[in-house]
Design a protein around this ligand. Sequence first.
Ligand SMILES: Cc1ncc(COP(=O)(O)O)c(C=O)c1O
Length: 405
Amino acid sequence: MNSSAMNHQHLSNRIINMGESATLKMAQLARELTAQGHKIISLSLGEPDFDTPDHIKKAAIKALEDGFTKYTPVAGLLELRQAICTKLERDNKLSYKATQIVVSNGAKQSIANLSMSLLQEGDEAIVLSPYWVSYKEIVELSGASCVFVKGSIEQDFKANAEQIKAAISDKTRMLIFSSPCNPTGSVFTREELKAIADVIAQHPQITIVSDEIYEYINFTGEAHVSIAEFENVKNQTVIVNGFSKGFSMTGWRLGYIAAPQWIADACVKMQGQFTSGAACFSQKAAAYALLSDMTPTFKMTEEFHKRRDLFVRLLSEVPGFKVNNPTGAFYVFPDVSAYYGKSFEDQKIENADDFCDYILYKGHVALVSGDAFGDPNCVRLSYSLGEDDLKEAVRRIAEAVSKLK
Ligand SMILES: Cc1ncc(COP(=O)(O)O)c(C=O)c1O
C-alpha cells in the first residue's frame, strides 16, 4: 500500500470530497515562480492592499495594555455587539437587539455556523451564481446540496427573482448570495432585491443569507441596500458582514451576523463547541472602528473606484475580453472564452484553468479561474494593486494573448 493510500484510510469522506481553494492554488503557483526569480503581478488577491487605519491599530494596542487578553462571551463582547446594532441603525436603518448579533472569527465562520445550524442531508441551498468559492464547499459540508441559479454576463451576472422562483423546491432551506458580489463586483438594486424578497416571503422555510461584506466598497452612488430592509423577509433574513474588507482588517479575523433570535442562538451554540468567542482585543478595536471616523474607509473606496475606471477601460481594449462594469468590491470578471481552442507553441487553451496557467507562465500575471466561482467562461482579476502594477499587468496580458492563434 502506498503512503497516500495509507493517509486516506484515516480521512473522512467529508474532507476527501472537499474542493481545494482555487485562489490558494494560484497563490502557491505564483510563489513558486517568484522563487525562481520571476516578477509576478498577482491579481488573485482577495484583500485590500491598504493597511488597517492607524486609529484602529491604536485601539487594539490600548486594549492589550488594558488587559483585554482573555476569553470573551461566545457571541462577542457586548460592547461590540452594541456597536454593531448602532451601525445597523445608522447605515442600514435596521433595528436589532444585541442578542441577535453573533460575532465570529471572520464572515467565513459566520457562514459556516449558519450552514451547520440550518442545513442537513436532503436539504437544498440556492446559491446565486457566480458565487464566492466557499459557499459551495461550506454548504456541502453540512450535507445539503447546492442549486445554482446563474446570472449571465448580459444580466450583469445577477440572477433574477423569476429564476430564483423556478429553482425553489420543497427541499429549499436557504438562499445565499453576496451584494456587492465576489467575484463579479455586481450590486443588486433596491428593485431587484425587493422582487427577490417578494418571492422568498412566500416560502417561510427559506432563510436568506445576505453576505454584505463588501457593503462599503460600492460605486453605485446610491446607499447600500440590504434585503433585510424589506419587512416581509426581515424575519427570514440573516445579514453577514465583517471587518476584513471595509476596514482592511483581513488578519484580525472578525465577522458577524444579524439574525432572527432563534438563528443567532443556534449559531452561538455551534460556535461554542468549535472556537468560542473571537479574539478579545480584535473585538475592542472593531467596536472602536465602527463608531469612529470612517474617512479611511471612504478614501479607500474612492481609490478603488478610480482603479476600477482605469482597469475596466484597459481590459476592455484587450481583444477577445468581454468585460462587465462592476459597481462594487474590487474584482472584474471578464469572459475570455473567445480564446478557448487557441494555442501558442505547445500550450492549448481549452478552458479558464488553462487560460490562467498560460497567463501565469507566459505573462507572469496571476488570475483566478472562473470555474471555481461557477462560470467557466470567465476569470477573476482583483484590482487590489497600485495603478502602475495594474497597467503593467494589462500590458502583459495583452501581449500574451496576442500570441494565441
Ligand atoms: C463574499 C465574501 N464573503 C465572505 C468572505 C470572508 O471574509 P472574512 O475574512 O470575514 O472571513 C469573503 C472573503 O474573501 C468574501 O469575498
